[in-house]
Design a protein around this ligand. Sequence first.
Ligand code: BES
Ligand code: MN
Ligand code: ZN
Length: 525
Amino acid sequence: MDFELKTLDWAGAANEKGDALVVLVEEGFKPGADALSRLAADAIKSKVFEAKPGKTLQAWRPADIASPRVILAGCGDGSARRVHAAVHAVAASLRSAAVRRLVVCLPREAGAHAVRAAVAAAAEASYVYTSTKSKPESREIEKVVIGCADAAACQDDFTAARGAATGIELARELGNLPPNMATPTRLGEEAKRMAKAGGFQCEVLGPKEVAKAGMGSFMAVAQGSEEPLRFIVLKYQGAAASEAPVVVIGKGITFDSGGISIKPAPEMDEMKFDMGGAASVLGTFRALAELKPALNVVGLIPACENMPSGRAFKPGDVVTSLSGQTIEVLNTDAEGRLILCDALSYAERFKPRAVIDIATLTGACVIALGGVRSGLFCSDEGLAQALQSAGEVALDPCWRMPLDEEYGESLKSNFADVANVGGRPAGAVTAAKFLQRFAGKAPWAHLDIAGTAWKGGAAKGATGRPVGLLVQYLLGQAQHRPAPVPKAGKAADRASKAARPAAKRDKPARAARSRATAQGGARGT
Ligand code: BES
Ligand code: MN
Ligand code: ZN
């Protein structure tokens, strides 16, 4: 789907021809002399429409308006959240309504946050899963024109939201793929394909390399499955090689049966989404390839299945992690932390400036926070605040959870350095306390996305969260990084587009090539 940002007042919106025009009306709006104002003021006066959230009115071929189908949508106070809800509802209702070009006119006072919300909502609502349907629903909306009061002032936010939307969509698509298709091998292949198209590096380790590296805990989880494990290493270099990277680690359990501590049958199919952390890392890299911010990012994805079999690991087994710490496995269903701990140790070799792991880690987090906010566990104030505010801006919010030392006490083991589960109380916190033992010196954060990575019930499907939060955080880090040492660029390079990664300025041909393929890839997914 293609987006365009334009400066449009209501008179301009009336002249902008689309198959449908959505006009967001905030409470207390002052009508002007244009056709849309007349329509809205008349509808409000006649009590057929209100500017309250959730209220809409459709008109067919109203006078003096270029688009044949006009939808007035109430957006209350005009906040980003209300804009998101209004655009989402209207775009969803227009999904199979022969609307190819949609014009969205934001409330008059709306700024950059509303632009972001509109882009995110339109992308989210128009996504259709097609991969494994024999007669897939077609995606009709091709172009969304967003009209706001000052397009130039909102351009950066618009670009960021559009980049994030591509990443979110990739994460949703990978998450929704069935577990017989989204295997660790397939994730590795997707990562390689994306890296090639997006101009970043990717290395995929298999069982032999992982054994050689010493990831005994990760290997234990994978050993019960016929599917071979993969450890995916992604490297996006947007700044000088000497700059410390941010490392993002995604839990890639492509199916979590629970293993020998097997899960009950109801809803077990949803454990295909247990690679939501991995999908969010891949989605984030997809967005990085498009937005090309000036920073370095490493992505790590331990990917495997958690299955019961004669070769599976068992409750009582003691495994040795890459860190050297021994772990007593008391429950094979607490497998996420067992693959993440080795990835956290592996992250240290990159001497990172921050490490963030993302995981559908605990049912307890779903009970604590539901599907609204992801759980944030973080021992560093600066990092916690940066992630929290990125979540608010991207409308992909998280909530800080505690990490008091006392919560770690239930992980004591008589037979190893640590046990992989505590008791039932504060299950999301004890899981985080387990991970914290493996985090290195760099500021570390853990996002438990068990409640936010997918929706159940009739709307079952991956959400692509927290790609929005991660992309926003990383763009912020690119702005606040140490100033680069200036280098003389070549004339041809200077003539090309701005906002180019510093490290690639020396290699204009390669950078231009990778940019071109990145755009080509955008149409492929
Ligand atoms: N993948 C699950 C977490 C999960 C459960 C996510 C339900 C979303 C919905 C994880 O591997 C798991 O099974 N965790 C256990 C941990 C327990 C054994 C300490 C859980 O939460 O029940
Ligand atoms: Mn599990
Ligand atoms: Zn799991």
